[in-house]
Design a protein around this ligand. Sequence first.
Ligand code: 5GP
Length: 200
Amino acid sequence: MSFYYQKILIITAPSGAGKTSITKHLMKKFPQLAFSISAATRSPRNNEVNGLDYHFMSEETFQDKIKNKEFAEWEMVYEGKYYGTLKAELERIWANKQIPVLDIDVKGALHVQKQYPINTLSVFIEPPSVAELKKRLESRGTETEQSLTARVNKASYEISFKSHFDKVIVNDELNKACAEAETLVNNFIGQALQEGHKND
Ligand code: 5GP
């Protein structure tokens, strides 16, 4: 059995706080990590590849998987759009003797933490401010007026949950935030198997 057996790394944040950039940085640095490819019912963006960025699927297929208890967690992250972590994805990564990295929303992260309290590290990436987050989302250019407003409103709510996570990194400067994340993950990978979350 691998030393990393059934460890989970959760990177969570409001949308636009930079968690994807930080996750990508960590993936490059640590070959022990493997990105957990979520199931999602939204349409792929231009540069996204099915089976690589997400397992894109119809709502009907997603609902079947909920009924069959195939998800470790799932959420309707945005109105009518479902996202979920497949148990099979975690098993696949563990079988490869790697640590799954879950880039998921705050509610989903809270669920995973509850369900897998042992050997899970959860990191909350905090934007410097909600105004800054709005600016970043606008410059990314992937949002409509409506989805931008939805993401900004949701962000304020999500920031109120930051104390539920093991570690908080304020992303005011990406390089600095990446370095902080690197230190945390380095410690996590090197850690002996531990008891679990004391606050749960
Ligand atoms: P996007 O549509 O921008 O790719 O993702 C929207 C949000 O859904 C992001 O906050 C992303 O982290 C989150 N997300 C992606 N996969 C999952 C998942 O499997 N479960 C949950 N709960 N959220 C997810």
